[in-house]
Design a protein around this ligand. Structure first.
Ligand SMILES: [Zn+2]
Ligand SMILES: [Zn+2]
Length: 271
């Protein structure tokens, strides 16, 4: 085995203004979502000491703008395959436009189906269905070199299938979107509040805490709270709620809690 073998995750951005995460093994680099401009993704990668030209593929969770805004330009520039489900691609193709207003085509498209594992380089990717108001949204687990990484945001609640897929993760990035009280009293119109709180909206701090106390196996060395709302949450509230939930499980001492942010990347977490 090579001494430098490692699996890492670098959250370049997370939140409703744009999502992009780099998952790497020693020989493969995958970008999950491209919800910032191509330029900003490149800037943040360089800031983290990563070379954008080393990206092997881009994987898309769902077609919402905060996950695909920079996709077309980035894919063209890097000339890498883009993986998404057929339905997500259909939906993306219908509305995606370039800066001149023309429809866009992805030159190297690879389709996958939720529930079916596939390899990109030495990484085994398993997409799974999540409850969210997009056409065919997925979360991912990645396994390489015996390390399992889970990436799961944009979901209204945690159904049994998601709970099962997230078992035995060594690194788990999971949504802690909003504080329910802040959302209720916050600036969003009522229809948007209802959408966020619904079963196909976003996971609240309390819903995550409930998962952490009752269903989470405690096996992750790193737990990354993600897709925090900038208007309806506060990082310290999200952190405290998760810490309290983890604290109730004495055996979870190995869990390091980290928070992904919208405005700046979270430095690489490596195992
Ligand atoms: Zn999102
Ligand atoms: Zn979404």
């Amino acid at each position: 085995m090579l001494a430098n073998m490692a699996v890492s995750i670098t959250v370049l951005a997370s939140g409703s203004s744009g999502n992009c995460t780099l998952v790497s093994s020693s020989s493969t680099r995958l970008l999950v979502d491209a919800g910032l401009s191509c330029k900003e993704i490149m800037r943040r990668m360089k800031l983290c000491g990563e070379d954008p030209s080393c990206i092997d593929a881009i994987l898309i969770t769902h077609e919402h703008g905060d996950h695909v805004a920079g996709l077309h330009v980035l894919a063209k520039k890097l000339k890498v395959p883009v993986y998404m489900t057929g339905a997500t691609h259909e939906s993306y193709r219908r509305w995606a436009r370039d800066s001149a207003g023309n429809k866009v085509t992805l030159e190297r498209l690879e389709s996958f189906a939720s529930g079916r594992a596939f390899h990109v380089g030495d990484v085994l990717v398993l997409p799974f269905t999540i409850p969210h108001d997009a056409i065919d949204p997925v979360g991912f687990t990645f396994v390489s070199e015996g390390i399992k990484v889970g990436v799961c945001t944009d979901l209204g609640y945690i159904p049994p299938n998601v709970r099962d897929h997230l078992r035995h993760c060594n690194i788990l990035m999971i949504e802690s979107n909003h504080d329910v009280e802040q959302l209720r009293g916050g600036p969003y119109p009522w229809s948007v509040k209802q959408r966020v709180m619904s079963n196909v909206g976003h996971l609240s701090n309390d819903a995550l805490a409930k998962y952490l106390t009752s269903d989470y196996d405690g096996g992750a060395e790193f737990l990354i709270l993600a897709h925090l709302s900038e208007k309806n949450n506060h990082p310290e509230i999200a952190r405290m709620t998760a810490e309290r939930a983890l604290g109730e499980q004495r055996s979870f001492v190995r869990n390091h809690l980290l928070l992904a942010a919208q405005q700046e990347p979270l430095p690489a977490v490596r195992l």
